[in-house]
Ligand binder design. Structure first.
Ligand SMILES: [Zn+2]
Length: 239
């Protein structure tokens, strides 16, 4: 960084210290300016509840720290698309702390980005989350067993059938996957909405003999009545 840049950064840090910027969500003073949102907003993330109804055979358990709401989405968008890395780190750390005692044993596999997208963004939020869980639980993380062959348009707001079509064939097993001795796998994603992406990953791994025991996410969407998860696992069910 040049001298002018260094100077600007120091001035910005000093200004933040004297007059902490307002929380972009509620306008309160943010006590920890690097975390962008105020502590009131951080504390307001909605805890997700464990599933009570039995799962159809062949479908994985889902563990999420929070239920998706506008507050969580605002934080995730800041972390992923506005390069607020401190927000992403705090989301990962808090979610991992909440879930650490619930994540089943197994090797953690973050949902990958395409190599081009990973390079362009500089990080993969799901990978950061998996690494944070591993730091707390001591589980293995493999980022080279599943690869993303192609991206896709954003799935948000699209009907279920379109979501499944949009990700079909998007993933592949990497050559490093030890076919003879695959441990139980835990798929890690930042958000589970319809489950289309997770289902596609699971089917891709299953074709190679991999068994996904659970999906772990920072947050998951629930249906309009806020009770049942809005998942579509029909492609995974074993009859
Ligand atoms: Zn706030």
């Amino acid at each position: 960084m040049d001298l002018a840049g260094l100077f600007r950064r120091h001035v910005a840090a000093a200004v933040d210290l004297l007059w902490p910027p307002d929380c972009p969500r509620c306008g309160r003073r943010a006590d920890r300016p690097r975390d962008l949102f105020c502590e009131h907003c951080w504390d307001g993330l909605r805890p997700d509840r464990p599933d009570s109804s039995p799962r159809p055979p062949g479908t994985p358990a889902v563990f999420a720290a929070w239920t998706v709401d506008s507050r969580f989405l605002e934080m995730l968008v800041a972390a992923k698309y506005r390069r607020q890395r401190a927000v992403g780190r705090r989301l990962c750390a808090e979610a991992a702390a909440i879930l650490a005692s619930r994540v089943p044993a197994g090797t953690l596999l973050p949902v990958p980005l395409t190599r081009a997208k990973r390079r362009e963004r500089g990080f993969n939020q799901s990978e950061d989350f998996a690494l944070e869980i591993a730091r707390v639980t001591g589980q293995d993380v493999r980022t080279d067993w599943l690869v993303r062959r192609r991206g896709g348009r954003p799935l948000a707001g699209r009907p279920r059938e379109e979501r499944a079509d949009a990700v079909r064939g998007a993933f592949a097993r990497a050559p490093g996957l030890p076919l003879e001795s695959i441990p139980p796998l835990i798929l890690v994603d930042d958000v589970v909405t319809s489950g289309s992406t997770a289902a596609e990953c699971i089917l891709t791994l299953r074709e190679g003999g991999g068994r996904v025991r659970a999906v772990v996410a920072m947050a998951r969407a629930r249906d309009a009545h806020d009770d049942a998860p809005s998942l579509d696992w029909t492609r995974l069910e074993v009859v």
